[in-house]
Ligand binder design. Sequence first.
Ligand code: ZN
Length: 290
Amino acid sequence: METARREGWAIAEKAGGTPYTLVSFHAHPDDEALLTAGTLARAAAQGHRVVLVVATAGEAGLAATTSFGSRGLAGRRMAELRASAAVLGCARVELLGYGDSGMDAERDRADNPFAFADVDEAAARLAELLREERADVLTTYDAAGGYGHPDHRQVHNVGARAAELAGTPVVLEATVDRDVLCRALRVVRRLRHIPADFDPVRFATAYSPRSTLTHRVDVRRYAMHKRAAMAAHASQASADSLPRTLGIFLRLPRLMFRTVFGREWFIERGRAPMSRLLDDIFATLREDTA
Ligand SMILES: [Zn+2]
């Protein structure tokens, strides 16, 4: 939170109630910033313990073929992840140690690629950490794996199994309300400086429709934390290759950024979709103790 304090946008929240432990599981460094950063910052500011886990170091990401090489890029991306975690107030960052499968997931391209890992074996690694942390909530991804990256779909499967093994009571699948996403992307495309090859149409089947969601978390107060978390992943924002999505988001004017990224969506496993979405990721735990 040092940066946050220096920048003057650290937020004092009333702790109130039981402090919970939230483990947020992601495929690659920078995924935490896009899908869950506001929720993590809000939970940390409210006094909950927040732990960040990535399956891979993201060594197949942008810039892998340019100046760093995949090994150099892995180190750089983990450092960026730690910087992002510090901004968000995370207490711990862990790497499961799988290889980044890349978007086309060729089995031989990475060392022990996560997308091809045995689900039970990977889940056992994550479950060990969940037990050690006595995690109350685990965040994963929706069944589509967001926009369909094979490592993201694997986060969904491995996360669900790990929570079963460790008895973690609440699993929240991070996603985006597809209707909102498509609307936002149409606006983004109208802005200047957007590459012509940035095609919102590919998001039309990504993430999850509104009718399947359980949570819409208001993180507008944490928009600047989220922006700083994204900015921490500079190797992915500035690389001179596609899709540069992060760079596009960071060029949004601050007020528009707050509007576009001020909400985060989740599907709680085992909870029926709701017409009125929940704002509190700990709602089930509070209901159980009430
Ligand atoms: Zn990813």
